[in-house]
Design a protein around this ligand. Structure first.
Ligand SMILES: [Zn+2]
Length: 212
């Protein structure tokens, strides 16, 4: 399951995307967010869809069945709860949410986010998600040559607050593929050719995870 973050019409529908949804054990969060953009106006939502489509093409060539959480960039949402449910419903062998970060302009690079261990929420997917995260980080780094996030000081972090991870019943990670607010990273994500490399890095990480 590939989950291209955000959606193109989110910004025009603040009421719908700011609606609070339940992400488990009493925590609530907005249904979805608008995402970031490069200085030249290339939106994260358009970018993540382009990368997800290319990643799906590569995985399908390798025989995988791939489901996306959205197929266009003209809609609103879906909410993070529904994005998680789609992977669960499909009983996906692996799920990846694709994003680009809105980090500090002086910082570069990518990072993968895996779930922390939360009893009753992520304990069932914790170990496999960690394995998926490591495989994705290593393949992505090797294929793209992008640095591990310079502003986080690491290419793999664990977070407890992401609904998409808390609600997943299948191995899942997020990948912040680059920092759109950094000029050097922005040039990379704006390049169609480099986006293919980004997609290849994600696909290879998933393939490595699925073929031990
Ligand atoms: Zn995002």
């Amino acid at each position: 399951m590939l989950d291209p973050g955000h959606n193109g019409a989110n910004a025009a529908h603040p009421k719908r995307i700011n609606r609070q949804v339940d992400i488990g054990q009493g925590m609530r969060k907005a249904c979805d967010t608008t995402g970031t953009a490069t200085d030249s106006g290339y939106s994260e939502s358009a970018y993540t869809l382009a990368v997800a489509r290319e990643t799906a093409r590569i995985l399908r060539r390798h025989g995988a069945e791939v489901v996306l959480t959205r197929e266009s960039n003209g809609g609103v949402g879906p909410c993070i709860t529904r994005r998680a449910r789609i992977g669960n419903r499909e009983q996906a062998d692996a799920a990846v949410s694709i994003h680009a970060d809105g980090g500090p302009a002086g910082g570069r690079g990518f990072h993968v986010i895996r779930p922390t261990r939360i009893e009753g929420l992520t304990d069932d997917i914790y170990a496999d998600s960690r394995r998926l995260g490591r495989a994705l980080r290593d393949a992505y780094e090797a294929r793209t040559g992008l640095p591990r996030s310079t502003y986080l000081g690491t290419g793999l972090v664990a977070r407890a607050d992401l609904g998409g991870l808390r609600l997943s019943d299948v191995p899942k990670v997020f990948v912040e593929t680059a920092n759109m607010r950094n000029a050097a990273d922005a040039r990379k994500v704006e390049s169609r050719k480099f986006r293919k490399r980004i997609a290849r890095g994600i696909a290879e990480g998933v393939i490595d995870f699925l073929s031990p």
